[in-house]
Every structure is written in structure tokens, then in C-alpha cells.
Design a protein around this ligand. Structure first.
Ligand SMILES: Nc1ncnc2c1ncn2[C@@H]1O[C@H](COP(=O)(O)OP(=O)(O)O)[C@@H](O)[C@H]1O
Ligand SMILES: [Mg+2]
Length: 479
């Protein structure tokens, strides 16, 4: 896959800047609406004053007609002046809410209303308004209808203004909700982006690191296009490659080192039976004619025993040096362990109890024959360590770290502290001449390591010993 044009850092930065800009625009928009709202509220106050004055006008107009008092009339005239003043101050705004014609109509109505009331005032002074009751009633009706038109107009204005404030508030809330939705969406997309582009590759890396810990040096394929992750994966792959080379070198040098020890051992171990064979042969040659045939047979039997011993050593060594590929397969542990025990049946005295406790259907991926050989070596050591009565237990379970654990425990004599570092060395044995070759643990260790597993020993002299095998529960590519 080609490298992406923009790195993750750039993409994240751009996304964050874009979100900030959007949020800033949202805040600016809200601020603008709030500012407008403030303006509108201030203006609504002016309109309320206008409405109030007009209400006062209507109230005192009613009083005037009811009680016919001059004071009410004077108050009406005073409020008309106020309304005129407020109108003059707010003409453009009022015209924007209503229309030029309507405002002019209102002004004309107001002027006519004032004129009629004033004429009443002067008429009253000149006693003319009351001249005929008909004129007065007519005049009153006209004044009333004008008054109600005036107050309708003011009410309409205030209603419109309130509506416009409500609208502004609604728009502001809508804008805020929109900004919130977009920002929330942006953050969600951003989070999803980080998860897919960063967290998931990190998980892959974690998995690969785990398999390296199990000795599986698999490079990561399908490098993602993101530059940073690609670089990390690249260097991880380089590291895995180097580790693999180093491990191979290490195994090689370990083998060389043990080869030295082994050669000395082989020379010694094979030399013993050879010199036994040779001295038996010499005796036989010298006394071939005179000796008793039974005694000759015994000598020849000894020779055969020594040949067998030498062959055993050579066979074990062959097994170790052979670099033949393991033929791994999936198999269930329990039947294999039971089969191995049945092969050892002849070597296990009846006073030794053997317990097997394997999790049901527990499987491993290994070379069946070599695994059997390893278990056989460990069990026969355990049996040999018990003098008289005792227990050998074999337990296997799936461990949480992806390994299968097999523990082989015995209640035997244990291993001395000073011997512990040596037990995996070739030809190290504490057993009597002819009983042990000292190759069992050496070979077992090699088998387990070549499966990508490990072997640990825990022993207490006088109490017993436990060997713990850890084998990867899945397919391991490198061997
Ligand atoms: N389960 C055990 N209990 C006590 N000692 C043990 C046990 N397993 C191994 N050993 C010690 O480790 C030595 C090496 O074992 P191994 O390599 O199998 O060789 P061998 O059995 O031929 O002596 C043994 O001689 C013995 O001293
Ligand atoms: Mg042994």
C-alpha cells in the first residue's frame, strides 16, 4: 500500500483546528444573536413605554367621559405628548416592524384624536362642547374609536416585537444545537479515526510482540499507509529480523559450547564400554580353549551389554544432533500422556502411584514423538528418584498467557542445590554406573526449546521435584 499523503499528526492537527474554527464560529454566531437580542429587548422596553402611555390615555379618556373632569383630560393630553415623543425617537425602528403607511396612519389617527380632545378642551372652556348632547355623543364615539385604533396599533407593534425576539432566541438555540451536533460528530469521527489508525495498529503490534516473546519471529505484513505507523512497523520488522538472526547465532554457539563438553563426555562414556569389551575379548582369546563354555557365555553376555550401552549413547547423540524438521500436529494431551505411561509401565514399581490430571480436550501443537520422549525422560527420572513408596503426578492446564503448562511432580529424593545448574548438561548424572547416561534432561531441554517453550525445575532435597514445561498452545512458525 502506498504511503498516505498526510501523516496522522497532520490529519489530527487539521481536524482539531477545523473543529476549533467551527466552535469559534458557533460562539461568534451565538454572541451576535445575543447582541441582537439585547438590542431588541431594549427596543421592546421603548415599545412597552409607548403601550403603557396609550393604555393610560385610554384609561383617562374613559374617566374623562365618565366623570367629565378636566384633570383626566389633562392627563390624556400629557400622555399623547409622550407618545408623540416616543414615536419621533423610534420612527425607523417602528417602520421596520410595521410600514411607512401604517405609521403615517397611526400618526394621523393620533393627531385627529388629539385635535378632537383638544377641541373638547377649548370647547369646554368656551362651554361649547356641551352645547348639544348630540354633538357630544358623536364626538365621544369618534374619540373612542380613534383611541381603540391607536391602542390596537401599539399592541400589534409590541406583539410583533415579542415574536421577533422569540424568533431570534429560537435561531440562537438552533445554531447552538447545530454547532454542538457538528462538534460532537467531529469528535466522534476523530475518535473513530484514532481508534482505526492508531489503536488498532498498536494492538497488532502488541500481538506481534507477544508472539516474539514466544519465540515466533513473524514480521508484520500489510503495512498501513499512515507514515508514523508504517515507520514503527518497519522498525519492528527490522528488530524481529535481527532478533531471529541473534537467536540463531545464540543457539548455534550454545550448541558448539555443549558440543565440546559432549565430545569429552562421549569419549569417556564410549571409552568405558569399549575398554570393558576389549578386556573381555582379550580374556576370551587367551582362554578360548580351556575355559568352561558357561563362563565364556557370561563373558560374551557382558560384551553384548557394553555394546548396548555404547549404542544407547550413540543413538541419543544422534537424536540430539539430527536437525530434522519437527513434524508438528495438533493432538490431545491426555491420550498421549497415558500412552507414554503405558510404555513406561515395566519401569514403574507398584508402590509408586501415578496420577494424571489433564484439562479435558486440552490440545497442543507439537511433534508427537518428541513430546512423548520428553515426557518419558521426565517421568522415568521421577520414578527413579523415588525410593520405595511415592507419588508421581502429571498435571496439564491451559495457562492464561497462551501457553499450555505441563507439571511433572514427584515425591522423590529431590536435587541437591549444587547440582541444579548442572542437570541439563550432557552426561551429568548422579546415578550409578550403567544406570544413567546423563542425556535425558539434556535432550528433553532441547526438544522443549525447539518447540518455542521453556522448562523450569523446582526441587527440595528430601521432599521432591517438579519440572514445569511451558509449550505454546498455537502454531509456532519458527523452530
Ligand atoms: N525428578 C528428579 N528427582 C531427582 N533428581 C533428578 C530428577 N530428574 C533428574 N534428576 C537429576 O538430574 C540428573 C540428570 O538427569 P538425566 O539427564 O535424565 O540423566 P540420568 O537420568 O541418565 O541420570 C540425574 O542423574 C539426577 O541426579
Ligand atoms: Mg534420566
Amino acid at each position: 500500500m502506498p504511503t498516505a499523503l498526510l501523516s496522522i499528526r497532520h490529519k489530527v492537527t487539521i481536524a482539531v483546528i477545523a473543529l476549533y474554527f467551527f466552535m469559534a464560529a458557533g460562539v461568534a454566531g451565538s454572541y451576535y444573536f445575543m447582541y441582537q437580542l439585547e438590542d431588541k429587548i431594549a427596543y421592546l422596553e421603548e415599545l412597552s413605554k409607548l403601550e403603557e402611555s396609550i393604555l393610560e390615555i385610554r384609561r383617562f379618556e374613559k374617566n374623562y367621559f365618565l366623570y367629565d373632569d378636566q384633570k383626566s383630560l389633562a392627563t390624556v393630553l400629557y400622555h399623547i405628548d409622550r407618545v408623540k415623543e416616543l414615536l419621533k425617537k423610534n420612527v425607523p425602528k417602528i417602520e421596520s416592524l410595521s410600514s411607512h403607511e401604517k405609521v403615517n396612519g397611526f400618526r394621523a389617527d393620533l393627531a385627529e384624536y388629539e385635535r378632537l380632545l383638544q377641541s373638547c378642551w377649548t370647547a369646554r372652556v368656551g362651554e361649547e362642547c356641551q352645547k348639544s348632547s348630540e354633538t357630544r355623543a358623536e364626538q365621544e364615539a369618534r374619540i373612542r374609536s380613534l383611541g381603540s385604533r391607536i391602542s390596537d396599533f401599539a399592541e400589534g407593534l409590541a406583539r410583533q416585537k415579542r415574536q421577533s425576539i422569540r424568533q431570534t432566541m429560537r435561531t440562537a438555540v438552533q445554531i447552538q444545537m447545530l454547532v454542538f451536533a457538528v462538534v460532537a460528530f467531529g469528535f466522534t469521527v476523530h475518535g473513530a479515526f484514532l481508534v482505526t489508525k492508531v489503536i488498532k495498529p498498536l494492538r497488532r503490534l502488541e500481538k506481534s510482540t507477544e508472539s516474539i516473546a514466544k519465540g515466533q519471529f513473524k514480521p508484520i505484513h500489510d503495512l498501513p499507509p499512515e507514515k508514523e505507523i508504517r515507520e514503527i512497523f518497519d522498525s519492528f520488522n527490522r528488530m524481529a529480523e535481527q532478533l531471529k538472526i541473534r537467536e540463531e547465532q545464540l543457539v548455534q554457539s550454545k550448541k558448539l559450547a555443549s558440543l565440546g563438553t559432549m565430545l569429552a563426555g562421549v569419549a569417556h562414556e564410549v571409552n568405558n564400554p569399549l575398554s570393558n569389551i576389549s578386556s573381555s575379548c582379550e580374556i576370551l582369546m587367551e582362554e578360548l580353549d580351556q575355559a568352561d563354555p558357561d563362563w565364556q557365555k557370561q563373558l560374551l553376555k557382558k560384551v553384548l551389554e557394553q555394546v548396548d550401552k555404547a549404542r544407547g549413547i550413540v543413538l541419543n547423540l544422534l537424536e540430539f544432533s539430527r536437525n530434522k524438521d519437527f513434524s508438528k500436529e495438533w493432538f490431545e494431551l491426555e491420550p498421549i500422556i497415558r500412552k507414554t505411561l503405558s510404555l513406561l509401565h515395566g519401569q514403574i514399581p507398584p508402590q509408586i502411584q501415578v496420577d494424571v490430571e489433564v484439562e479435558p480436550r486440552l490440545k497442543i501443537y507439537a511433534d508427537k514423538q518428541r513430546f512423548q520422549q520428553a515426557v518419558m525422560n521426565l517421568v522415568s527420572n521421577a520414578v527413579q528418584a523415588i525410593d520405595g513408596e511415592g507419588v508421581v503426578s502429571i498435571k496439564a492446564r491451559q495457562a492464561t498467557d497462551g501457553f499450555v503448562e505441563v507439571a511433572i511432580r514427584d515425591t522423590g529424593k529431590g536435587i541437591k542445590q549444587e547440582d541444579l545448574p548442572k542437570i541439563f548438561d550432557p552426561f551429568f548424572t548422579t546415578k550409578d554406573v550403567g544406570k544413567g547416561t546423563g542425556l535425558g534432561l539434556f535432550i528433553t531441554h532441547d526438544i522443549i526449546l525447539r518447540h518455542g517453550g521453556s522448562i523450569q525445575v523446582d526441587s527440595e532435597p528430601g521432599k521432591g521435584t517438579t519440572f514445569l514445561l511451558k509449550l505454546p498452545a498455537q502454531e509456532v512458525v519458527n523452530e
